[in-house]
Design a protein around this ligand. Structure first.
Ligand code: ADP
Ligand code: MG
Length: 273
């Protein structure tokens, strides 16, 4: 299985990283409603291993919901989502989909790392303890192994000197970088970011985007919901514009951000640029 030449509808140009072989996300005809509110409408999107996708769109357009359906934190009403050909919440038996047991869903979900707007660190744990927690709880690593890994990951996000700090002793940007290190601790195939810089003071946005930029270079599949249009332009292989639960337009950053074809995209960009 090669990372090259996945087929996209509409000849969407992509820049797969030759080193990436895992982390292919296939979203097919996904529809989701909350009561009578249809939040995702026939969303189809295939993301290649190592691809960096920026998901943009107005508030309430379904960005967070789409992100949460990808790792099965939300179920869909119709359609399917797979990671490297595998469902997170189901298995196929006898030509039918059967819901998996919770423990198996949790295990499969660890193939995704999720980073939220509000960091969601454990406040009573230090930076290193926050990173160590999951690999030890899931019995992936021994405590000493996990601490070694956590130190390396915290160094990678520029926090080698903050390992024993508690979240309250860290700036927002530092807390978010701990959250990224924590998300990396289970070696996810795909990282999902939901507005990772929205809660930060403007002067702290850059240090978090720098870390995400580094991850993009390393060849991890990244799906980033963001309002940072400049960042999307610079880092994303593909920009996807969601409005009213539909993919209105997608393409390279230049195509979508510089010469959008759809009026809805132009209207949105006029507001945020
Ligand atoms: P975005 O992230 O683009 O701002 P969301 O995915 O959060 O959009 O929300 C899309 C729509 O779904 C909104 O109308 C929101 O009110 C609704 N919604 C999101 N989560 C829930 C939920 N758990 N229950 C009911 N409605 C929800
Ligand atoms: Mg959201």
């Amino acid at each position: 299985q090669t990372a090259l030449a996945p087929s996209f509808d509409g000849n969407i140009p992509i820049a797969p990283r030759p080193t990436a072989t895992v982390g292919r996300v296939e979203i097919s005809d996904v529809t989701k409603s909350y009561g009578t509110n249809t939040v995702l409408r026939d969303v189809s999107l295939t993301i290649a291993p190592g691809e960096v996708v920026a998901l943009i769109g107005p508030s309430g357009s379904g960005k967070s919901t789409l992100l949460r359906t990808i790792n099965h934190l939300e179920t869909v009403d119709r359609g399917s989502i797979t990671l490297d050909g595998q469902y997170i919440g189901y298995e196929e038996r006898g030509g039918k989909l059967h819901e998996l047991r919770e423990a198996e869903i949790l295990r499969r979900r660890t193939q995704f790392g999720l980073v939220f707007q509000n960091f969601n660190l454990f406040p009573h744990l230090t930076a290193i303890e926050n990173v160590v927690e999951a690999p030890v709880a899931l019995k992936r690593l021994t405590k000493p192994e996990a601490r070694e890994l956590a130190k390396a990951l915290l160094a990678r996000v520029g926090l080698a000197d903050k390992v024993d700090h508690y979240p309250r002793q860290l700036s927002g940007g530092q807390q978010q970088r701990v959250a990224i290190a924590r998300a990396l601790a289970l070696s996810p195939k795909v990282l999902l970011f939901d507005e990772p810089t929205s809660a930060l003071d403007p002067e702290l946005v850059g240090e978090v985007l720098d870390v995400i930029r580094g991850l993009a270079r390393d060849g991890t599949t990244l799906i980033v919901v963001t309002h940072e249009i400049g960042f999307a332009r610079e880092v994303a292989d593909r920009v996807v514009f969601l409005d009213g639960g539909e993919i209105v337009e997608q393409g390279t950053p230049i195509q979508v951000l510089r010469s959008p074809k759809q009026q809805r995209t132009r209207d949105f960009l006029a507001k945020v640029l």
